[in-house]
Design a protein around this ligand. Structure first.
Ligand code: HEC
Length: 236
């Protein structure tokens, strides 16, 4: 274990293997798992008043988690090169500071981070008014778009692009480094398997996967999400 944060009834820790997990402070029960394919976790900081948790890793990314909803709110490559060694929020929690191997300290206004995207991806669409979106699109924007692009070609997001995902075997996007669970898996992604993935949650449906655990409880939300993905991920 590299870093430990003590919250209100929970403990969050970051580990050498890249694990970022939250456990119940009393029972030790696993609550949340934000582990991505990036190791080691080198820095963590928590701003109690705004409930923001920030995590920095050896590959130069900062991930931010809202500890009220336990969702990843931001995830971006912060360093041009090298790791994120140190993280600190400003007193108000409105600015996140990061230090790495460069002899400068970076400071990002948290509110502007939605638009911060050095890869030039599509995170801007995040800012669109949620009311103008269909339920399926809203599900995708809120729960998937931080990690998945819909475009063809290489993506710098944490997960593989979902372009062309329907009818595709799991684990085959060229150039993406999958976990052993998906690499060589027999799953073919379609309405049924994607529905099962978020009905059961990745931790049950594809145990050992790098995709953080999350369940979409309402069948209608899953159906809407799948309908949206069918239209947005290109031809089968
Ligand atoms: C925090 C990041 C993150 C979020 C959020 C996330 N995913 Fe993923 N997803 C991943 C990662 C990482 C993988 C690769 C898993 C592996 O290699 O084990 C993945 C893999 C997948 C795959 C398999 C792709 C393939 O090529 O086999 C599908 C399908 C998928 N995600 C759909 C979704 C959908 C739909 C959502 C939103 C409901 C979502 N994911 C949310 C990170 C994420």
């Amino acid at each position: 274990m590299n870093r430990l944060i003590v919250g209100d009834g929970w403990l969050a820790y970051g580990a050498v293997d890249g694990g970022t997990r939250v456990i119940d402070a009393e029972t030790g029960e696993a609550l949340y798992d934000f582990t991505l394919d990036r190791r080691p976790i080198l820095s963590m900081t928590y701003h109690a008043e705004t409930g923001q948790l920030a995590i920095g890793d050896g590959e130069g990314h900062i991930m931010m988690v809202d500890t009220e909803t336990w969702r990843i709110t931001r995830d971006f490559r912060a360093m041009r090169q090298g790791p994120v060694w140190a993280l600190a929020f400003s007193t108000e929690g409105t600015v996140i500071h990061a230090g790495g191997i460069d002899d400068v300290i970076y400071a990002w206004p948290v509110a502007l981070l939605d638009t911060y995207d050095p890869a030039g991806g599509d995170t801007r669409s995040f800012l669109r008014d949620a009311e103008t979106m269909s339920n399926g699109e809203r599900q995708f924007m809120r729960k998937c778009s931080i990690c998945h692009s819909l475009e063809d070609g290489p993506s710098r997001k944490a997960g593989p692009t979902l372009h062309g995902v329907f009818g595709r075997k799991a684990g085959v996007v060229p150039g993406y480094r999958y976990s052993p669970t998906l690499d060589g898996s027999d799953i073919v992604w379609d309405d049924t398997t994607i529905d099962a993935l978020f009905d059961e949650g990745p931790d049950h449906y594809i145990p050992g996967s790098k995709m953080p655990m999350q369940v979409i409880a309402a069948p209608q939300d899953r159906a809407d999400l799948i309908a949206y993905l069918r239209g947005a991920t290109g031809k089968e």
